[in-house]
Design a protein around this ligand. Sequence first.
Ligand code: XMP
Length: 519
Amino acid sequence: LVLVVDFGAQYAQLIARRVREARVYSEIVPHHMPVEEMLAREPKAIILSGGPSSVYAEGAPGIDSSIFTSGTPVFGMCYGFQLMAAGLGGTVARTGSREYGRTPVTVGEAGTLLADVPSSHTVWMSHGDAVTAAPEGFSVLAETTKTPVAAFEQVDRGLAGVQWHPEVLHTEHGQAVLEHFLVDIAGCRQTWTMVNIVEEQIESIRAQIGERGQAICGLSGGVDSAVAAAIVQRAIGDRLTCVYVDHGLMRSGETEQVERDFVAATGVDLRVVDAEKQFLDALAGVSDPEEKRKIIGREFIRTFEAAEAEVLADAVTGEGGDKVAFLVQGTLYPDVVESGGGAGTSNIKSHHNVGGLPEDLEFELVEPLRTLFKDEVRLVGEQLGLPAEIVHRQPFPGPGLGIRIIGEVTRERLDILRQADAIVREEMTRAGLDRDIWQMPVVLLADVRSVGVQGDGRTYGHPVVLRPVTSEDAMTADWARLPYDVLETVSTRITNEVEEVNRVTVDITSKPPGTIEWE
Ligand code: XMP
C-alpha cells in the first residue's frame, strides 16, 4: 500500500492512478489525517501531492514533520516537495519568479530518482515559491533557470522529491521517475494486477455475505453495475439475483445485450422486468425535461423495489433475524474520495409496502469496485470475460432516450430515434472511432418539423441532431471533429433508412455553455 496525501488540489487522484499503473496499490488520504494514523496503516511509502502555490499562503495545509523521520519512504511532488524541504531544514524562498506549464529542466547528478532520464527534458510545473537550499544530507539532482533545486533525494532515508508534476501527461519521463521512487528507493513490489484484484474481491465478498446471505443487484446496462454483478456472481453464485428494469427507453439492442450476452458470459440469475408500458403511460403528455426525469426516477424505484421484495421474500423471513439481505452497487473510487468516505461499509434502508416483508428493510451494501478507478473497472470486466460492448460502453444517462426526444416521449418517437441512433453507432464502430469520443447522443427534435424533398415529393419530417463530444470527466466537453466522410455516410444512411427523418445536423457547441445532453 502506498498512501497519497491529498493537499486539496486536483492531482491526488491522478497520482494514485499512476502509482497503480506502476502496479503498486495506492489509496488517497486527506492531509489532515494525523501522521500516526497514516503510519498505522503500514504503508510501504507515502507520496505528498501538489497543492496550493505557496507553503507561506494563509491557511496553507501542512503536515507534521515526524512523517519525514518515521522511516517510511516519502516522495514529495510540487507542494509536497516544498513541505519536505521546509520540514527538514532546507530553504523555501519566495523568489517571486513563478513557473507554470511546460518547463525545461536540467538534470545534474541523476542519482537513483532520475536514473536514465535525459539530462535535458520537459516537465510540467505549477509553483510560485522555490526551494533554494536542500536539507542537509540530500543530493540535488536537477535545476531549471528559475529553480536552483528542482529535485533531490536522500536514498538511505528513503526520501525524495521533485518540484514538477510527474503525474501529468505533459511531463516527460514522469512515470519512470515515479517508478524509480516506488521500486528503487521505497522497495515496493509491483504485484497489483487485475487477477489479484478479482481474487481478493471474491474472498472479501464471500467473507462479507457469509454462507447464507442473499444479494441483489440492479443492472443498468452500464459497465459499473455489470462488473460489480459479475464479481459477486463469482463469489456467491446463484445467491445473487440481478434485476434489470426494462423501461423501454434503452437504445436498440441494449436490453438484449444484458439479457443474452451478459447472462451467457457470467451465468448470472437475471430477472428482467418489462415495464415499458408503465413508463410510457407515466410519461404520456409530458415534455418538460425535469418532469420527465422525476417520473422516470420515481417509476424506476417503484419497479426495482417491487422486484427486490419478491427476490428477497424468502431470504429475509429466514431464522434468527440475521442480516441476510445485501445490495450490490457499482460505486467507484472517485465517488468514495469525493464524498470523503473511507474503506468501511454502510447500510441503507429501503421502504417496502409489499406483503410479507418488514416495511423497512435494512440492506448492507456490497461495493466491490469501491477501490477502483473506471479504467481499472474495465480491465476487471475484461478479466471476468464480459463482452467488449459492455466493458467499453460509453456513458449513457439513466433516463435513457427519454431525455433525447425533445417533446413528448412516445413509442413511435422512440422507435424513430432508436433507428437513427443504431445507424450512428454502427458507422462510428465501422470507422474505428468509438474510443476516440466520449459519447455521442443522437437527439430527435420531435416537436420540430422540417421540409425536405425525396424523389419527386415534398416531405415534412423531423430533424435529428448528432452530438459527438470529447471529454475526460463530462464536467467539461468539446465537440468532436468527426471526419466529414463519416458524417456524410451517417447523414445519407439516416435520411434514406429512417423514413420520418429528413434532416441531419451536428451540434458544435462546447460545454460550457452547452451541456452534453439536450435536455
Ligand atoms: P450533461 O448533459 O449534464 O451530461 O452535460 C453530463 C453527463 O451526464 C449524463 N447525464 C445523465 N446521467 N442521469 C444520468 O444518469 C441523468 O439524468 C443525466 N443527465 C445527463 C450525460 O449523458 C453525460 O455523460
